[in-house]
Design a protein around this ligand. Structure first.
Ligand code: ADP
Length: 449
């Protein structure tokens, strides 16, 4: 087992990884930017190294700085969390070259899944259903016209290197196609450094359902059930739950088995998420795979009893699946609300000093957060400041528990998305489990803008 791990991240996920290391008796090294000197992840790690100015490109994304921090402190492994360097194949390679274990899949797999058009092809070959679309990147106007005629309208152009809900463009009519293609390419170039886009059929009212997987280094892959993530705003998840109200035991088993088989073929290792869209007829199609731990991993932890971060660490250290996860028993229902520092109506980020921070507790309530009273939320990073997660014996109990936990959560000094979550949880369609990815637009009476 590793002696010392460097956590190449900040905020709640850095703290979460430090907690897992503490429980495993592993020493920790935090890295931080100048804006994060007073952060909890810095306080709770055994050692901490400042890696640069506030701007992520000069600190949390600065590979030479992160690697030197690892070398100075003599760690054996790096946990990248989510975001930042977590899906950067080059970083994983540099770790390998520096004889540091990267806690995640192998660089070739990160690369494969990071090119979303290639990922589609690979998983299709491995037996997963994909949305009808272009074979790969759409190369030029001639191919664009051909693919569009084959796929039909509406279709969606997606950046091959895209992520975080960005770089997507819906095309409803042929006369919009060319302009959309050009805009999509220049947006992709700007945001992701490559203009490559691919085309896919646009599903009007899909649900987003994803499978959590783990693969050990001895060829064994398992899935830990699914998460329902259809409550989104601008393709960004707001509420996640497990299990999905839209899957029954039979479908879960069928699809789960396909996922496991496909990933065994690919040779997947460590934690990952296979994302699907479900159309109105219940058909499921792969959209992408994330090769890291996800923000919403706690809902899976609560319904399976598996500590996913510990499992990641154990697997990276070479342990077999049974050791890494222990026995798995699925039970109950879990829901997570992402609490963002933002105006609940306009969604404008709300940085500043938190004056009051009273997190709820009690039976079945978990709060993953690095926020505290008097902490300053810097404007430079993601606006998520806490995850409120509850578990109930069934969905109805989980909803009741989430409502009361939201009521008891007091954050003052900045604006948060708590009032929006209270509206979501009070909605009859949400309670009935009847929703798709456009639920929030309907709730707010907007087109999501
Ligand atoms: P990202 O990597 O940016 O998260 P995804 O491919 O995972 O992008 O898609 C994010 C969200 O965008 C999905 O959850 C869904 O709401 C929407 N989306 C993506 N592809 C389609 C599609 N073909 N039809 C309808 N909605 C889509």
């Amino acid at each position: 087992m590793f002696q010392k791990i460097l956590v190449a991240n900040r905020g709640e996920i850095a703290l979460r990884v430090i907690c897992a290391c503490k429980e495993l008796g592993i020493s920790t090294v935090a890295v931080y930017s100048e804006a994060d000197r007073n952060s909890l992840h810095v306080r709770f790690a055994d050692e901490a190294v400042c890696i640069g100015p506030a701007r992520s490109s000069e600190s949390y994304l600065n590979i030479p700085q992160v690697i030197s921090a690892a070398e100075i402190t003599n760690v054996d492994a790096i946990h990248p969390g989510y975001g930042f360097l977590s899906e950067n194949a080059n970083f994983a390679k540099v770790c390998e070259a520096s004889e540091l274990a990267f806690i995640g899949p192998r660089p070739e797999i990160i690369e494969m899944m990071g090119e979303k058009d290639r990922a589609r092809r690979e998983v299709k070959t491995a037996g997963l259903p994909t949305i009808p679309g272009s074979e790969g990147v759409v190369e030029g106007e001639e191919q664009l016209a051909k693919e569009a005629a084959r796929i039909g309208y509406p279709l969606i152009l997606k950046a091959s290197a895209g992520g975080g809900g960005r770089g997507m463009r819906v095309v409803r009519k042929q006369d919009e196609l060319l302009a959309a293609y050009q805009t999509a390419r220049s947006e992709a170039q700007q945001a992701f450094g490559t203009p490559d886009v691919y085309a896919e059929k646009f599903l009007e009212r899909p649900r987003h359902i994803e499978f959590q997987v783990l693969g050990d280094q001895h060829g064994k892959v398992i899935h830990l059930g699914e998460r329902e993530c259809s409550v989104q705003r601008r393709h960004q998840k707001l509420v996640e739950e497990s299990p999905s109200p839209a899957l029954d035991a039979k479908r879960r088993k069928e699809l789960g088995a396909k996922v496991v088989k496909a990933l065994e073929k690919i040779g997947y290792t460590n934690a990952g998420t296979v994302e699907f869209l479900m159309d109105e007829d219940g058909a499921m199609y792969f959209i992408e795979m994330n090769t890291r731990i996800q923000v919403e991993h706690p809902v899976t932890e609560l319904v399976t009893g598996v500590d996913l971060i510990k499992a990641q660490i154990r697997i990276a250290a070479g342990e077999r699946m049974e050791e890494a996860t222990g026995e798995i028993h699925h039970s109950g229902h879990a829901i997570e609300c992402r609490i963002n520092a933002e105006d609940p109506v306009t969604f404008v980020p709300s940085a500043g000093r938190i004056t009051t921070f009273q997190a709820p507790g009690g039976t079945g309530v978990r709060v993953d957060s690095a926020a505290y009273a008097d902490a300053v939320i810097p404007p430079y990073y993601d606006s998520m400041i806490a995850k409120l997660i509850v578990k109930g014996r069934d969905r109805a109990e989980a909803i009741g528990r989430m409502k009361r936990a939201l009521e008891m959560f007091v954050i003052e000094g900045i604006k948060t998305s708590i009032p929006l979550h209270r509206r979501i949880l009070a909605d009859p369609d949400f309670a009935a489990g009847k929703f798709d990815t456009h639920f929030i637009e309907r709730l707010l009476g907007t087109n999501g803008k």
